[in-house]
Design a protein around this ligand. Sequence first.
Ligand SMILES: *Cc1c(COP(=O)(O)O)cnc(C)c1O
Length: 370
Amino acid sequence: MTPYFLIDADKIEQNLKVLHGVMERTGCSILLAQKCFSCYALYPLIGKYLSGATASGLFEARLCHEEMPGKQNHVFSPAFREGDFDELIQICDHIVFNSPRQLHLFGCRAKEAGLQVGLRINPECSTQEGHAIYDPCAPGSRLGTTIEVFDAMPQDDFDLLDGLHFHTLCEQNSDDLETTLNAVEERFGKYLPRMKWINFGGGHHITRADYDIPRLERLITHMSRQYGLHVILEPGEAVALNAGTLHATVLEIQPKGADGISNVILDTSAACHMPDVIEMPYLPPLIEPVGHNVYRFGGPTCLSGDVIGVYSIERELHEGDELVFDDMAIYSMVKTNTFNGMPLPDIYIRKNGNVELWKHFDYSDFKCRV
Ligand SMILES: *Cc1c(COP(=O)(O)O)cnc(C)c1O
């Protein structure tokens, strides 16, 4: 029953093969960024091709530990909590701190527990326009250590470091990575020979058709040869790009308004089921031939702005018709909520042509959160 997500495991495997090719040709490690896609039913498949996963905190780190056992488990957080730390250093093998202060507070314990210790840097190089909320190099950013702060770090803390980490891209190609690496080398180059590894973060749209993989591989090889560094990438989107759909049903079609557009109420909601549509914002792709019927799709919540978008499609819609939104595996299931008591979409997985129900949600999932 709609609304539901349908995850395409075969498409994810295709993506994983592309990423694995980069690992094989360059010797780099690639991790799944779980914050984008945490559908752990596919962790065994992902673990077959990638080096492991990276986490934003204790819960994601636990998920990797439980569902991708034996694979690398990295964690980064802008600030760690004392209460989480003992467990984190038991289950993780790499930890990345955001500031010299955090490194000073926690670095020794991580090191003694045998973890690789890194610091996130801010290369102060913005390469994206339009999506300021996804730009960690924007003025006033709390993410990463600038060279000014890095230079002033006490030697004892610096000596704890095995690697550096930056994450500045979002859905970008390898030309922007090249620009960013130039800034990293210009500012932090003097420290790079003393490190073992460098993590290029995520935001690399490696599995997109027009992504320039040879350039990415040249950049990885350059950092390895020039500074003796092992390179790590941690994409989220690239793992599950174009590998899932969200299915919804038309509940009501309102008469055309003054703007000549019919509002259509669906049983899915932008605010609850695809919040990035409002947050980013973007227009999710709809799997429909384009035509002259113009509809504004919205959710059944009370929020006036719960609008998915305006679409021109070929067919004339009727109550009960099903609509399918594309590229819904990424940043969707991990972001759903039950505002207005909206039911969460069930999750199905398609593998080798077979579709299986993976998760069913009901009233209790709403009730247990409020
Ligand atoms: C979000 C994030 C990623 C993954 O980004 P994608 O755009 O999904 O590839 C990787 N590393 C860090 C630190 C992030 O915040």
